[in-house]
Design a protein. Structure first.
Length: 318
């Protein structure tokens, strides 16, 4: 099979690194890097599989006459025209799950840092100030995880050894999850009222956009903390600033914001109890290896399939 990887960079790293890993995973297949729009349009003409962020403006599905699979290198697919892929009979997969280990570590670290107030410790150390202060424990607290996909599930699993009560919120609560209780979005406020910590790990949809608004912050206990590794617009930023100013929540760890990047004059920068990271909770040196594992497995499934029907593929979206 001919596998074409598009773009010069993926997640800020040279796509050539991804290609070398794929060639190692698929030694019996042709893996090609098309790192310019012209090279992409030429390379995809006889490609069986294309991997990347999406096609450039100079290319289209009509150019990819032999294409059977588009393998997205991100978990999100909102930037893709999925209807067009489906109409063309091209399967689409994403990179769901590849971030679960590293982002769940970020969340656990954030929750521990908020509970033990490591930021205050750092400030005091910078001043060479030896002074004891009060902290909290995660043990026997209640953590609500909104979104129980691969990342939310990994978060809940990694919290289990801390002896916390976990509540999950998801679209289909009947699916359950590795938490003590599961709620639907209609019952979100019931979970919020019981939360010592709120972790957002859901996709941005019509349902979740602005989900954590002023009413949500009024429902949360004032000692609660927020960790957002979902998408910035899941939280109403004005409502968050208001909640912080009036001590309606105790603090927040934000890897995503709305707007993003966060302007240097934005009030969120000025709160001592807010930690902001530049959307890098998903960073890991193992990213390409994990994406390559998904793609290589799907290539082998395509190769082994009998007939024109597309086989069951890992992380299939369309």
């Amino acid at each position: 099979m001919r596998v074409v990887v598009t773009r010069q960079k993926i997640h800020g790293h040279p796509a050539a690194e991804f290609v070398e890993i794929l060639r190692d995973r698929l030694p019996d297949h042709e893996v090609v890097l098309a790192d310019t729009p012209a090279a992409e349009r030429e390379a995809i003409r006889d490609a069986d599989v294309v991997a990347g962020e999406g096609f450039t403006a100079e290319s289209s599905l009509e150019d990819a006459e032999s294409l059977r699979l588009f393998s997205g290198v991100y978990a999100g697919t909102g930037h893709l025209d999925l209807d067009a892929f489906e109409a063309a009979g091209v399967a689409v997969t994403n990179a769901s799950g590849v971030h679960a280990p590293n982002i769940s570590e970020y969340v656990v670290g954030a929750l521990v840092s908020l509970a033990r107030d490591f930021r205050r410790a750092t400030r005091q150390q910078d001043r060479r100030e030896w002074r004891a202060y009060q902290t909290r424990e995660l043990y026997e607290s209640t953590v609500t995880v909104v979104g129980l996909g691969a990342i939310g599930t990994a978060v809940a699993e990694r919290l289990a050894p801390f002896g916390v009560e976990t509540l999950g919120v998801r679209h289909s609560p009947e699916k359950g999850g590795p938490v003590d209780e599961v709620f639907g979005y209609d019952d979100l406020h019931e979970a919020l009222a019981r939360s010592d910590s709120l972790v957002l790990a859901c996709p941005l949809t019509d349902t979740t956009g602005g989900l954590i608004d002023r009413e949500a912050f009024r429902t949360l206990p004032p000692h609660a903390t927020l960790v957002n590794i979902a998408r910035g617009p899941v939280v109403d930023t004005e409502a968050l600033v208001h909640a912080l100013r009036w001590n309606h929540i105790r603090g927040a760890f934000l890897d995503v914001t709305d707007p993003e990047p966060l302007p240097e004059d934005h009030p969120l920068w000025g709160f001592d109890d807010v930690h902001v990271t530049p959307h890098n909770a998903g960073h890991t040196p193992k990213y390409f290896q994990r994406v390559a594992d998904v793609l290589a497995e799907n290539v082998r499934r395509l190769e082994a399939a009998d007939g024109p029907e597309t086989p069951d593929l890992r992380n299939r979206v369309v």
